[in-house]
Design a binder for this molecule. Structure first.
Ligand code: SF4
Ligand code: SF4
Length: 221
């Protein structure tokens, strides 16, 4: 899923300072799962914004709403009348949802979250980065552990000289991805995969080739 964290209240108050009627819009998907921008967080942020505004002598009108998905034009269309009544929109979706709203409506749309990475849940309340969307997945030869998202140097063949006792040189909190890959391949009896040199990656399939697009001819209208 896409993970995100809420921006500081002061930053959001700065965005909406010129406006008094705000549509605060959450998303029911990834940002709900990572407790950053779902229905509950919309309610909490609305209260915090109103309280902070009141302290400075301003009365904010905030309409709270949460869409099923904010990155989908079909759902974004649902809030047309709410957007029409608002001076500005504060989106609690990831950056994809914020942009979907900004593309559709001629109103200021502000992000309430900092979108972080594609990750998985490590344990309750902890998410870690797992995939960088490189466009040509290597997990089939790396024991299911990503050397791009999880190695600080994005090495195609590792580990580097900074790996010590299974830990990456960047910080003792981060396991060396290539150490994990070796352990996993050993567990699976697939160490021959480790001995195969992975060629230099063509980063055109990743963001290095500019913004990417998927066109499914069988589905496209
Ligand atoms: S190899 Fe690429 S697609 Fe596969 S998990 Fe890593 S970044 Fe994601
Ligand atoms: S120590 Fe491991 S994870 Fe860290 S940069 Fe080197 S190979 Fe990558």
């Amino acid at each position: 899923m896409i993970t995100a964290e809420r921006k500081p209240l002061e930053e959001l108050l700065g965005y909406i300072a010129p406006y008094s009627r705000i549509l605060l819009l959450g998303c029911n998907e990834c940002v709900t799962v990572c407790a950053a921008g779902g229905r509950k967080e919309v309610g909490l942020l609305a209260s915090a914004l109103k309280m902070a505004a009141r302290k400075s002598g301003k009365e904010l009108q905030i309409v709270e709403h949460t869409l099923e998905r904010q990155c989908d034009p079909e759902y974004v269309e649902e809030v047309a009348s709410m957007v029409a009544q608002a001076d500005a929109v504060v989106s609690m979706a990831c950056g994809c949802g914020v942009q979907q709203m900004a593309m559709r409506y001629a109103k200021p749309v502000f992000p309430a979250l900092n979108t972080k990475f594609m990750g998985g849940s490590e344990r309750q309340g902890v998410w870690d980065e797992r995939c960088a969307g490189c466009g040509n997945c290597l997990l089939g030869v790396t024991g299911g552990i990503c050397p791009i998202a999880r190695c600080a140097k994005r090495l195609m063949n590792g580990p580097c000289g900074g790996s010590a006792n299974g830990v990456c040189e960047i910080t003792p909190d981060v396991p060396c991805a290539w150490h994990l890959i070796w352990e996993r391949l050993e567990e699976l009896g697939q160490t021959e995969d480790y001995l195969e040199i992975i060629p230099a990656k063509d980063w055109k399939t990743a963001q290095g080739g500019g913004p990417r697009k998927i066109i499914r001819e069988d589905l496209a209208e």
